[in-house]
Design a protein around this ligand. Structure first.
Ligand code: SAH
Length: 390
């Protein structure tokens, strides 16, 4: 196995169990690892420090183990079984809930791997070439370890780096599922993992949707950036007076309509609009007193933070301008590069600009099936605020 030698003192992050090794920490490599190969990592003095997947780029090694052990089928089996056991013990697998994230990368000790579960189908998403290379084995392990899973779909064309020779195809590795309905807290959602965004559904908003349901009664709800209508369905169940869903993608809008139809076939108080958010907020005439803003990640990289913060400020300012006295705003950022403090400052600036009196009711984050490895704070990406606006 190729050996990565670190520069002097550059094993300090590893001693704190951080799972990434950046290119700048590496002095030399013995052997020529191919993309995705396992490598051993040693410090300047040659002492073993870690073992992980090699990949050229800024993050060069994604660490799988800090102890010297075989990274074999049994290793992956143990980690996936542990991730599943955790979800089961936390009551995520229930008759009224079969939709959750099974493996959340570094949060589950498997950097580069995401597995989402919808009813009897698991969607495997590789973010590293190391995980891509072992996709068939991972699929076999998943159906062995998780009795509820019968089908495994591989979806990584959007998440892997473009490297010459990498053959990536979105496809079923095991079984086939054309029903594609996931149940979340008793609501049913059509999940389009073939063509939809991410693995087809934004599982990470589950707890925040539950909270929204609690506030929806009698309110006029605007679900901005609705995607497949998760928040909209919870608002409806919570007794909203009306629910309007907006997304710029017309495919998303047809899925919202489908999901509304599945859960509330008789509802007359829902409407969905395929429109740009800023355009809609500028031109709306309805007096929405519960607004959800859940935009896509405005900053995909550190370099884009400044523009992202301007985007969050502008968007939230529009909501503050329009929301009536006593209105409630659920506002989110899913940009990993934007910190909780930066997001809060952007929303604060928007509030000040609108001269509204604003109180924070809740500070939100991602749910328990998206756990953050305490040694990898970068894993915390979802930030939200629930605000009471006077
Ligand atoms: N709240 C959703 C997830 C939102 S993802 C849920 O709970 O499932 C972000 C969504 O914003 C995507 O569906 C994307 O199509 C939409 N979007 C991106 N840019 C937009 C814009 N300018 N106006 C409206 N929608 C936009």
């Amino acid at each position: 196995m190729p050996v990565v030698h670190l520069r002097k003192g550059k094993d300090d992050n590893i001693l704190r169990f951080h799972p990434w090794i950046f290119s700048g920490a590496i002095a030399t490599i013995d052997g020529v690892p191919a993309e995705g190969d396992l490598v051993r990592v040693v410090n300047k003095e040659g002492e073993f420090r870690a073992i992980g997947h090699y990949q050229s780029g800024s993050i060069m090694v994604r660490i799988l183990s800090f102890t010297d052990r075989d990274i074999d089928r049994e290793f992956y089996r143990e980690r996936i079984a542990a991730a599943y056991e955790m979800r089961k013990s936390l009551q995520l697998e229930r008759e009224d809930n079969n939709t959750y994230r099974l493996v959340h990368g570094e949060g589950d000790g498997l950097p580069g791997l995401v597995i989402d579960k919808y009813a009897s189908t698991a969607i495997v998403q590789a973010h590293s070439i190391g995980m891509h290379n072992i996709r068939e084995m991972l699929a076999q392990i998943i159906v062995e370890v998780i009795p509820e899973v019968k089908n495994v779909f591989y979806k990584s064309t959007g998440t892997l780096p473009n490297r010459a020779g990498l053959q990536v195809e979105d496809q079923y590795l095991i079984g086939n599922d054309d029903v594609a309905l996931g149940t979340e807290n008793g609501l049913q959602f059509k999940v389009d993992w073939l063509k939809g965004q991410k693995t087809g559904f934004f599982i990470d908003q589950r707890d925040n949707r539950m909270l929204l349901e609690h506030y929806a009664k009698g309110r006029k709800v605007l679900n901005m950036f609705c995607y497949t209508g998760g928040f909209s369905c919870y608002a409806m169940r919570g007794g909203a007076e009306l629910v309007h869903s907006v997304d710029s993608s017309s495919k998303a809008i047809s899925l919202v309509e489908k999901n509304m139809e599945i859960n509330f076939p008789d509802a007359k108080n829902h409407a969905a609009y395929a429109e740009d958010a800023f355009h809609f907020l500028d031109n709306m005439t309805e007096n929405y007193d519960l607004i959800i803003l859940d935009p896509p990640a405005f900053a995909k990289h550190r370099s884009a933070i400044h523009n992202a913060l301007q985007g969050y400020r502008r968007l939230n300012a529009k909501a503050f301008e329009k929301i009536p006295h006593g209105g409630i705003l659920f506002t989110f950022s899913c940009s990993q590069a934007v910190s909780r403090e930066q997001f809060r400052l952007a929303v604060f600036t928007a509030a000040a600009q609108s001269k509204r009196n604003v109180r924070i009711l809740h500070q939100l984050t991602q749910p328990i099936d998206h756990p953050v490895n305490i040694y990898h704070p970068e894993g915390e990406y979802l930030k939200g605020l629930v605000l009471y606006v006077e």
